[in-house]
Ligand binder design. Sequence first.
Ligand SMILES: Nc1ncnc2c1ncn2[C@@H]1O[C@H](COP(=O)(O)OP(=O)(O)OP(=O)(O)O)[C@@H](O)[C@H]1O
Length: 623
Amino acid sequence: MTSTTTTDHVPGEPGDVAADAKSAEAAGDRFDRDDLPTPAGATGALLRSLLRPYKARVVVAALLLLVQQAAVQAGPLLVAYAIDSAVPAFRDERYGPLIAVAVGYALCSSAAGGMQYAFIRTSSRLNQDVLLDLRGRIFRHAQALSVDFHERYTSGRLISRSTTDVESLRELLSEGLQELIVVVLSFVSISLMLLWLDFGLGAPAVLSLVPLYLLVRRFQRRAGVLYSGRSTAIAAVIVKFAETMNGIRPVQAFRREPVNDAHFEDLNNTHRWANGSAMLEMARYVVGSRLVANTAVAGIVLWGAYRVASGTLALGVLAAAVLYLRRLYDPIDRLGMFLNSYQSAAASLQKIAGLLSQTPSVPEASDPRELPPLTGEHPGREVVFDRVRFAYRTGGEVLPRFDLTIPAGQTVAVVGSTGAGKSTLAKLLARFYDPTDGRVLLDGTDLRDLAVPELRRGVVMVTQEAFLFSGTVAENIAVGSPDATRAEIEQAAKAIGAHDFISGLPDGYDTDVRKRGGRISAGQRQLVGFARALLANPAVLILDEATSSLDVPGERAVQRAMDTVLHGRTAVVIAHRLSTVEIADRVLVMEHGRIVEDGTPAELIAGTGRFAGLHRAWRESLT
Ligand SMILES: Nc1ncnc2c1ncn2[C@@H]1O[C@H](COP(=O)(O)OP(=O)(O)OP(=O)(O)O)[C@@H](O)[C@H]1O
């Protein structure tokens, strides 16, 4: 198992995903790739940390297998004894040895069966526990990683990590490891047994293991690269699938189906090719190893037959040696199977280790601080952007030195052309990102020094296409304050003006939002989002206003709700509707990451700047 980064790929094929990863890396986008950089030793360390809690069970499973193998390997020895000693004794009317052989054989068979059963029970419980732990780790870790990671790595790749890659590990643990132990035990015990039975027969058999070992090494080297490519290829298929189905509306609206079909087929073909190459390599190994094995068996049997004929070898010993030889080479196919699952699991585990070794780019404070107690009667707190500069990892500077103070309780509407940096400003305030330089302060405390729960309580971002989690309407309103009582939930909904429509749903507040009848309109979703924010009662509220317009009654309802939820809070509203701007205390006009106008709505409207022009155009459009 290698622990360095594998960027090897299947070259020159359609949809060469690994090549895409390389170009992504060259472009400085280290997350837009399937095989994230893995620190040396991380893969092995992950496997050890997964097995560590189950050390006792690993030992028990290995012992069970050891005893089971001993019972299995005793068979040919008993046959040799029967032919060379027990049968001649039987002819002399001494029945004891043959009866002993029969009883011994029956005991060995039963012991082998019993041990096999106990081993399967122990190892499958062990596997399930390890996989449960691994899936949990992937989920928890992915959830803790910062937004910039998720924006690039995509959910499709995460799904691939926690499904197909975990599945490869399952195959290795449930079948592969057993195969490996059986194969190694068989090779060692049978080699010793053959050497003990007859050195002249045993030595060539043991020597034949050398070319087999070389074949194994060659297979391992080549398959490692192929399996990594295969895992990347299946991840690319899942990513495309997830992206298409998540965006099914625009896909159908823009008739993207043929383009998507072609791209998907391309990726699917890459996967097939990667899979085919891995299987072909496996087939080469199997054929090569059989050739070595059959040649060795033929040579040894001929040599043994010659010695029996010349009277230097007992027939029973040759019979036992032939039985052992068959058993020696039988596991070769199983070794191939093990190597197959090992390489596949090694490639997968390396990718999982790469994911698990990512650290959040907005780390938790080592010495987290609480916010000072609120002094006023309103929940708002002062926000300061202090000499902030910000660049995304993959682009140039979006906010060149940025200073802004928002007094507690002020509602600021941010307007500006697309790409001006409005959402970036909001994301810095919600600490989805940390500034490249400078500080963002909440009542004088750097956001980086705040305990994460304190920050999540203090600053809430509401996108107005409010995301609804699976569950009931009441649960969705209580997302930010899980301890809220039903009365508090209803009170928040009433204050926002959402109570009437919620009461009209099939099960009222208990309506499941993902089930039939629970479907609610865009405007209603926004109201649920506001009720959620009102109940969470944050000091700072960031509203990223929906660009899509609602019908007039819907828009009025949203406007009223917005008034309620903003009251007394410090608020930053990324405004797309000029009607929203009118309820703000202050308007900021942004251009290329800078504030080019700053004043009350009335001041800016009365002036001659950009905002006055925009406002005039809007007024004219209304008349
Ligand atoms: N995750 C990202 N990675 C790299 N660059 C980004 C990322 N998000 C935004 N940008 C770039 O940062 C700049 C500012 O984007 P931002 O989303 O803040 O603008 P905006 O004013 O909110 O635009 P809009 O009104 O269209 O939402 C743009 O040039 C955009 O391309």
